[in-house]
Design a protein around this ligand. Structure first.
Ligand SMILES: C[S@@+](CC[C@H](N)C(=O)[O-])C[C@H]1O[C@@H](n2cnc3c(N)ncnc32)[C@H](O)[C@@H]1O
Length: 238
């Protein structure tokens, strides 16, 4: 068999299904919007590392897909004419626009849309970004959309290893799950689409780091694994 016969889009979808991946309802993200809202222009290590890898030369517009509260889009807005934040969570878009206004950025627009929706009216932008927002059920469709909306360049992040949570914690709670498909599918899909992407790695603290109380830690675990029983909370705390 040659590599050209492999349908990586189909493999990705099958892997995602087999790993039990499913779309999170937008309301789950609405609930996290307040916690993620960071209106001060203080860049995290991740945001700084992401932006350091971007080339904005010749670019005036940016589409930030799964923009959340605007970690990437807002950090770049002062260097561009226009930033469009696309997200399916109304809570995230509200936080995005509140932060834009607090930071005096008048060139930011929201689009309420899901990856899975029709993007016919989403404007083409010079740069398209999808940061920490590419856990989709159909990666081929997502990449087609990013490709269609980017005039010059696309920057996206995806996981290495396919796990949002430490396998040991999941195992201790009896909630181990198979790993989700990770970045290697994207490289192969892009190659099949005729693109030759540059690849780099950003090392990042995991999502459970930096918690200030056990309640916050348990909330983050529950966001990733589903509601915890009292017994599970006790085991987690121990
Ligand atoms: C981890 S946050 C990342 C936010 C931001 N891009 C960043 O790097 O901080 C993931 C974002 O993707 C959005 N999202 C998740 N699934 C989506 C979907 N199916 N369609 C559109 N947005 C989605 C969520 O609402 C959330 O704002």
């Amino acid at each position: 068999m040659s590599i050209h016969e492999i349908d990586f889009g189909q493999l990705y979808r099958e892997h995602m299904r087999a790993a039990g991946g499913r779309e999170k309802p937008a309301e789950k993200w609405d609930a996290r919007a307040a916690e993620m809202k960071q209106c001060q222009p203080i860049e995290s290590d991740y945001v700084r590392d992401f932006i350091a890898r971007m080339d904005l030369s010749g670019c005036a517009s940016l589409l930030d897909v799964g923009c959340g509260t605007g970690a990437i889009g807002l950090a770049l807005a002062a260097r561009l004419d226009k930033v469009i934040g696309l997200d399916y969570s109304r809570g995230m878009l509200k936080a995005l626009m509140e932060c834009a206004s607090e930071r005096g950025l008048a060139n930011v627009e929201p689009i309420h849309r899901a990856w899975e929706d029709d993007w016919a009216d989403v404007p083409v932008c010079d740069i398209v970004v999808a940061s920490r927002s590419t856990t989709v059920m159909d990666m081929q469709d997502a990449l087609n959309k990013l490709d269609a909306k980017a005039r010059y360049r696309v920057y996206l992040t995806n996981m290495v290893g396919g796990r949002f949570i430490d396998d040991e914690i999941a195992g201790m709670l009896g909630r181990q799950r198979p790993a989700l498909p990770d970045y290697i599918y994207i490289i192969n899909l892009l190659y099949r689409m005729g693109h030759h992407p540059r690849l780099d790695y950003i090392e990042n603290n995991n999502r459970l780091s930096g918690t200030e109380s056990f309640d916050e830690f348990a909330q983050k675990v529950a966001f990733l694994l589903g509601p915890l029983s009292d017994d599970e909370r006790t085991r987690l705390q121990q």
